[in-house]
Design a protein. Structure first.
Length: 481
């Protein structure tokens, strides 16, 4: 290291170019780095979901869940298996063991599940996926004194408007009451026409369907033909023909039954500020920016609000962008204050030029850490954890630069040749500054080795501190002299 330090001392242009490169890469990364609230935690388990329509929880457990658990017994790389059986759905969660790659566990689970041949015929195809942790960016609610049909229709339109924005990719909508079409048969009319309920059922199935009828090949391509006569709403069902009269006319379903569009009976209660509501949870994608998501959602909701009736309001709450904005502002203010204090104190006791270059260790170290952490190899984001690490590092990253600067100042006052004085000043404290940084790194390094969800969070904190300290050492050894 002595030889490399001496080379940079004798080639100040190279040191300035290194400083410019670090600052440039840091600013470039800062403009494109992902910003989120809480750091995204990689998936730790594999989830298997199997639907079994029209079945009770006991039937699901006996015919599906227990068979899947038996098929997964002894699977390599698995820490634990948990399951849940409910009406019509079986969910099995397989958690990977420490040190195992999730993709390898996922492949083994797929092989075992594909080998199951004794599941019920009515059971749907198993859905196997890695289950991660999704953190919401913010919430949007439509609420007011309105009927559920109006709120749900408006909520679906708002959802389409939000997903049409390229900055958004995922959201969950909640507060929707399942719709239900009620057909109440009039027994007296059935007897009048000599019909039964089974006749009505066959007529509905026969006249409300969607199927592909064939295809037509042309020079321009293939045209698919489809018979699409599926009824969706009450007026359409009311016009379905049930029987044919002697004169060729038809008796529609509306003459035999009362048809109503309604909602499923149940204990559904969704309220915001005492009013009925439908809400949306906007999620942060793997490569999306929380601040951009917040801005786009607010702009879209503001435009959509002009289309709402007076009695319905759109409200945004739980916006995580405010918290990360405050944290970034705290980081900026702390950095500026540290820069000013270091410059003032060293200007008083040493000289202004030395004070300036020692203080430059703050932006160089921070920009270098951001440049590396935002790369595809490390892929950190700016979030609550990493920004906290940067704030902690601000208090210690100029320690070695102050020691080196003071040593160089003293040696140059004794030596007539400034280059030799600088070399002696750096070499005199080289071992102490290097091992001082290494001991601090050693305190944070074990957090990188924790292999669980909490460890993934702590890794971002310790990783950003370590990177900042490394660049602080580089600045004090190669750029500052």
């Amino acid at each position: 290291m002595h030889a490399l330090t001496s080379w940079f001392i004798r080639n100040p242009v190279a040191a300035n170019l290194l400083m410019a490169l670090i600052l440039f890469l840091g600013v470039q990364t800062l403009m494109n780095i992902r910003i989120e609230g809480f750091p995204r935690i990689p998936p730790e388990s594999v989830t298997i979901s199997i639907e079994y329509p029209d079945s009770t929880a006991e039937q699901v457990d006996e015919l599906i869940t227990q068979k899947v658990e038996q098929a997964l017994e002894g699977l390599e790389g698995v820490r634990s298996i948990s399951s849940r059986s409910q009406n019509g759905l079986s969910t099995i969660s397989v958690r990977r063991a420490g040190g195992e790659k999730l993709q390898a566990v996922l492949d083994r689970v797929r092989i075992r599940i594909d080998g199951l041949t004794d599941l019920p015929d009515k059971a749907r195809r198993p859905v196997i996926e890695a289950s991660g942790y999704d953190f919401p960016a913010l919430y949007v609610n439509l609420h007011g004194d309105a009927d559920p049909a109006t709120l749900q229709t408006l909520a679906q339109r708002l959802k389409e408007d939000l997903l049409a924005q390229p900055e958004l990719s995922r959201l969950n909508i909640w507060g929707l009451i399942p719709r239900e079409l009620r057909i109440e048969i009039d027994p007296e009319r059935l007897r009048q026409y000599g019909l039964t309920v089974s006749d009505i059922t066959r007529a509905i199935r026969g006249n409300s369907l969607t199927f592909q009828a064939g295809q037509l090949r042309t020079e321009g391509g293939t045209i698919f033909l489809r018979a699409d006569d599926r009824a969706k709403y009450a007026p359409e069902y009311a016009e379905l023909p049930v029987i044919e009269r002697d004169d060729g006319s038809f008796v529609p379903l509306g003459d035999l039954a009362t048809i109503e569009d309604g909602f499923l009976d149940g204990e559904f209660l969704f309220r915001l500020n005492g009013n009925p509501t439908v809400g949306m949870e906007v999620l942060i994608g793997q490569k999306e920016n929380l601040l951009e998501i917040s801005r786009v959602v607010r702009d879209t909701v503001d435009d959509f609000s002009h289309q709402l009736p007076p009695q319905i309001q759109a409200e945004i709450w739980g916006d995580s962008a405010g918290y990360i904005s405050d944290r970034l502002e705290l980081l900026r203010s702390n950095g500026v204050q540290g820069l000013i204090l270091v410059t003032l104190m060293l200007s008083v006791f040493l000289n202004v030029r030395l004070a300036f270059w020692v203080a430059m260790g703050i932006p160089i170290s921070v920009m270098g850490a951001i440049a590396v952490s935002g790369s595809r190899w490390i892929d950190y984001s700016l979030n609550d954890v990493t920004t906290f690490g940067l704030i902690i590092a601000l208090g210690i990253l100029v320690d070695d630069a102050v020691v080196v600067g003071e040593s160089v100042f003293e040696e140059r006052s004794k030596e007539k040749d400034p280059i030799k004085g600088t070399e002696r000043g750096v070499n005199r404290v080289a071992v102490a500054t290097v091992f001082g940084v290494l001991t601090t790194i050693a305190a944070f390094f074990p957090m990188l080795l924790i292999d669980n969800p909490l460890g993934k969070v702590l890794a971002g904190f310790s990783g950003i501190v370590i990177l900042t300290l490394i660049f602080s050492l580089i600045e004090s050894k190669f750029i500052l002299p």
